[in-house]
Design a protein around this ligand. Structure first.
Ligand code: KIV
Length: 281
């Protein structure tokens, strides 16, 4: 149970028809809990921008911020396979810079692989990463970093022509060597078709139940972030409520002088106290 999850084990799960569980993490405490629950892959997602940094778009998060959080998650994750999400503009401009940035996720942050979203030169970058020995998780369908410029946050692949494009992207990425593929916001029947056609595992988010695995943003499923909630999110807990109650009780206790009480304070030997009192008065 405590051995590190490997790419072979993840891919073997597809062959055995065992579902792959993926969650996002951005900090030590939550990553520790997630890892203890036995998830297969932890993704330091660029959703960090929204749920942790309070930015409007995932395109705003920087390499330095992603690496900072990935390092914290690495300290916590002992078992799961750890993937770092490459931020916008860290991989699109020039393939050699993309590989250099991917290496930073592996070497500096200790990630096991990187993920990046589909873009026009992404096959070139996947091939270069493969040559550099860096495992890559692909991401097709809705690509949030560029969604706004591409017509908004909408389900992708609803028409036969756009579905065909997504299928072609998936096949091309598999051929170039990605070890798994995120399918975001695509119709369930299309995701099922892609899952059947490629040998690498598909990880769905808003892509129906037939993907080989599922990923959600942890803050969404725990009810820790509610500025916007996509249709595909299922809430498994109302953590914000529990936290709000705890914080309010603390505020109340401090204001009423109930905290700290004796149990949460340190005492001192009376003779030591007397000595210091003598010196002061
Ligand atoms: O950043 C993210 O959270 C993602 C999703 C696929 C979960 O990329």
């Amino acid at each position: 149970m405590n051995e590190r999850v490997t790419i072979c084990q993840i891919q073997e799960k597809k062959r055995r028809k065992e579902k792959i569980v993926v969650l996002t993490a951005y900090d030590y405490s939550l990553a520790t809990l997630i890892d203890r629950c036995g998830v297969d892959i932890v993704l330091v997602g660029d959703s960090l921008a929204n749920v942790v940094l309070g930015l409007e778009s995932t395109a705003e998060v920087t390499m330095a911020e992603m690496l900072h959080h990935a390092k914290a998650v690495r300290r916590a994750v002992k078992r799961a396979f750890l993937v770092g999400d490459m931020p916008f503009e860290s991989y699109q401009k020039d393939p050699s810079q993309a590989v250099a940035n991917a290496i930073r996720f592996i070497k500096e942050a200790g990630c096991d692989a990187v993920k990046f979203e589909w873009f026009d030169r992404c096959l070139e970058v996947v091939a270069d990463c493969a040559r550099a020995g860096i495992p890559v998780m692909g991401h097709v369908g809705l690509t949030p970093q560029t969604a706004e410029r591409m017509g908004g946050f909408k389900v992708q692949g609803k028409s036969a022509a756009s579905a065909q494009k997504i299928l072609e992207h998936a096949l091309a990425l598999e051929k170039k060597g990605v070890f798994s593929l995120v399918l975001e916001c695509v119709p369930a029947p299309l995701a099922a078709m892609i899952t059947r056609q490629i040998k690498i595992p598909t990880i769905g988010i808003g892509a129906g139940k037939d993907c080989d695995g599922q990923v959600l943003v942890t803050h969404d499923l725990l009810g820790l972030f509610d500025l916007f909630t996509p249709k595909f999110v299922k809430r498994y807990a109302e953590v914000a409520e529990v936290m709000t109650q705890g914080i309010s009780r603390f505020c109340d206790d401090v204001r009423k002088g109930h905290f700290p009480d004796k149990e949460h304070s340190y005492s001192m030997a009376p003779e030591e106290l007397d000595q210091i009192k003598e010196k002061m008065w």
